[in-house]
Design a protein around this ligand. Sequence first.
Ligand code: UDP
Ligand code: MG
Length: 332
Amino acid sequence: MIDDASSPVGARTVTRLSVVVPCFNEEAVIRETHRQLVSTLEQVPELDFELVYVDDGSRDGTLDLLRGIQRADSRVRVLVLSRNFGHQIAVTAGIQGTQGDAVVVIDADLQDPPAVILDMLDRWRKGADVAYGVRTKREGETAFKRWTAWAFYRLFRRLTETPIPLDTGDFRLMDRKVVDAFLAMPERDRFVRGMVAWAGFRQEPVPYQRAARAAGETKFPLKKMLRFTADGILSFSIVPLRLATWIGFFASGLALLGIGYAAALRLFTDVWVTGWMVLLIAILFLGGVQLVLIGIFGEYLGRIYGEVKRRPLYLIAERLGFTSDREDTANG
Ligand code: UDP
Ligand code: MG
């Protein structure tokens, strides 16, 4: 399964490329996205490509539009999930439905410019196993979103042993062997960019300017962003679990100092240590810290619970444009 890393650079020739597009309520842009994807990919004459659109439980006209697009173009496949499972799962479902030698994941809103796929393809041909997009500039996003994204990548880097490249989303091209490695990971909590980084192989950055959304609005309000951040960090780091130990040492150290101080006062002066206020503060502080830590343990426990249930990752309501010889399994 692992290619010889010393094989001559530039040896790869494209046979088949799959492009995965997760869509959730994207009726405003989906037709334009499709048009641009096709016209970009057709610039490479020898390229045989398929487009895998995943309808992630859209409640608008997205699915009808996708049906129309699929009827008109046999290179299009549509996976319809039974409800909204979220972006990371939709991406996983799409990747599972691909057959290409390389797979690209791209957003449906044209924030990831389709033309960058050609740069990624180039990297892949020259031997890269993963060509990931790095955002050099983000347009049309609020300062708050840019700041939180900036902070997220740095926090992730500090807390985990699998550093994900800074300012990288899920826009990337993966070789089949990376795709197979990704699909072999059984976890339910799927933090795609972290999982791909974990896989290793030859990963190369492709800088690009992230455009503003072509139409429609973001499907990631603050609450979902926070959830996503927690998922990313908790599924790749156990540092928060160690907080309890560190704080415990710190508190014990303070207590020892306090004991020494009290004893010294008693032995060498005629004053006693008094002050129930200090006592109250100490109790409240430690009580608070303990509750927070129990909460953190709870987060991990909840995730373990989710994993052990071993439910399928997603359910498929409909598959359009897939030939019948494809396997029909829904869980990873
Ligand atoms: N998306 C999805 N399921 C969701 C939320 C989003 O498939 O539950 C898709 C969405 O259609 C888009 C991509 O994920 O193709 C990124 O979403 P969005 O552009 O809203 O996120 P942002 O770029 O604002 O972070
Ligand atoms: Mg977007």
